[in-house]
Design a protein around this ligand. Structure first.
Ligand SMILES: CC(C)(COP(=O)(O)OP(=O)(O)OC[C@H]1O[C@@H](n2cnc3c(N)ncnc32)[C@H](O)[C@@H]1OP(=O)(O)O)[C@@H](O)C(=O)NCCC(=O)NCCS
Length: 167
């Protein structure tokens, strides 16, 4: 699945994206809300996991102006409190933060998820991850509930499909 936004091409991750992904995975600040930074081997395993979720899974977010990888964003099937949900996930390289790129990519995946007929999309967010909460709110998500996931306390943000939209 490939989507285009004003500044980004959102396309399936390729093996050659590992160098770009490692700019995120090796950055302790970017990985602050994950168990830790990742080795190249762990990064390759993550990439393979994303590719295995096709047509879902995190996709590459590539800058249209120069073709370089800015981050990853996409739809991830998740089970939350016994319900099957579709999560919008996003991780960007730190030098690209604060430009609205994560918001732009997440909004495109939201629209795509609704076009597929999903009635609700969520994001699973650490309560201390304010930049991620802001992206969720900017694409119309609101706090739905709090729960345990990935062995920790998390917030579930959710956006419902507008009446008459999508599908
Ligand atoms: C979460 C993450 C992707 C957010 O990145 P970000 O740069 O803060 O988000 P955006 O790219 O959408 O940028 C939004 C900021 O850019 C600014 N901005 C500049 N131009 C903009 C534009 N055209 N449109 C929207 N925002 C714009 C906004 O004012 C906003 O700043 P603010 O939050 O201080 O108000 C990033 O912090 C990250 O990769 N973190 C590590 C991984 C992670 O934790 N992922 C989430 C797991 S749940």
């Amino acid at each position: 699945m490939t989507l285009e936004t004003e500044r980004l091409l959102l396309r399936p991750l390729e093996d050659g994206d590992l160098d770009g992904l490692m700019e995120i995975f090796s950055d302790p600040e970017a990985m602050r809300h994950y168990p830790g930074t990742k080795t190249r081997e762990e990064g390759a395993a993550w990439l393979a996991w994303c590719q295995g979720l096709s047509p879902f899974g995190l996709h590459a977010a590539v800058l249209r102006e120069d073709g370089t990888l800015a981050g990853q964003c996409g739809l991830i099937p998740q089970e939350v409190d016994g319900e099957r949900e579709l999560e919008i996930g996003y991780l960007f390289i730190r030098r690209h933060w604060g430009k609205g790129l994560a918001t732009e990519a997440a909004a495109a995946w939201r629209d795509h998820g609704f076009a597929l007929g999903r009635s609700r999309l969520i994001s699973i967010i650490d309560p201390g991850n304010q930049p991620s909460i802001r992206v969720a709110e900017r694409i119309g998500m609101r706090l739905h509930h709090e729960t345990e996931k990935f062995g920790k306390h998390v917030r579930i943000y959710a956006v419902e499909r507008p009446a008459g939209g999508g599908g």
